[in-house]
Ligand binder design. Structure first.
Ligand code: MLT
Length: 243
């Protein structure tokens, strides 16, 4: 089983994903939002590229008798006329249970949409890493960890999150069956030498942008390991993410 890693949405070559399982990671904060919302019993999350498409998806769902909620960000701030920002802490059970959510973010929902050529798309974050790796082991196919990155560039946060997952994958007796690319080994090395996630990513650009916006609670939440035990998956037919 091959293990590889892509460092940002701009580096995704859609044709390379055929037949592979991908884990899309945007731990600050899009995939943390998706994991949290579905864990809090949202019905589904639609990952949407643009604000215009988000509103037309809303109209489409309303015509079907569904009242969706809109969530997401531009420049890390809530979009005008959206119900939620991109803060996972807003997606409480009280607000999302049974609801369809339309989510549009700068990097995360883009990375998910660019991964549709793969065999299977799993949604990963620090908060559900162990559950993701358990499922990756069960599926037992070549896996690519896709880091959404920030504006097409590498980001320290998604990289160390991938490193944590790869480190978990390599625990136990089966570790010799994995063919791990150099970049995946580097992510694992970075994680294993920086077990305190906040200490490592406090220098990351996006971390500091969120800090400046006063989003310390989001950062603390998104850096927690394994507090959620579910793995959202993309249903390609409906293009929505579900459990
Ligand atoms: C994104 O998808 O670009 C991010 O999740 C941005 C954010 O932290 O809001």
């Amino acid at each position: 089983m091959k293990v590889d890693l892509i460092i940002s949405a701009d580096n995704i070559k859609e044709e390379d994903l055929r037949g592979k399982v991908v884990v899309v990671i945007d731990m600050l904060r899009a995939t943390s939002v998706i994991v949290t919302a579905l864990n809090n019993k949202a019905k589904e999350v639609f990952p949407i590229l643009t604000v215009e498409e988000a509103f037309s998806k809303k109209n489409e769902l309303v015509a079907e008798g569904i009242s969706p909620l809109l969530g997401g960000e531009r420049k890390a701030v809530r979009i005008e006329r959206f119900d939620f920002s991109n803060s996972p802490l807003e997606y409480t059970a009280e607000k999302v249970e049974g609801k369809s959510i339309i989510l549009s973010t700068t990097n995360g929902t883009r990375a998910i949409n660019l991964s549709l050529n793969s065999e299977e798309i799993l949604i990963g974050a620090m908060i559900n890493s162990k559950a993701v790796i358990k499922l990756v082991k069960e599926i037992n196919k070549d896996v690519v960890f896709i880091n959404a990155g920030t504006n097409g560039e590498f980001s320290m946060d998604d990289f160390i999150c991938s490193g944590y997952m790869i480190s978990l994958l390599c625990e136990g007796e089966e570790k010799n069956k994995y063919e791990i690319s150099d970049i995946s080994k580097t992510a694992k090395y970075i994680y294993e030498n920086n077990l305190n996630i906040i200490d490592f990513i406090k220098n990351a650009r996006h971390y500091n942008i969120l800090m400046e916006l006063g989003l310390n609670n989001d950062l603390e939440y998104c850096c927690k390991k394994d507090i959620i035990d579910v793995v959202p998956r993309v249903d390609k037919r409906s293009r929505s993410i579900k459990l």
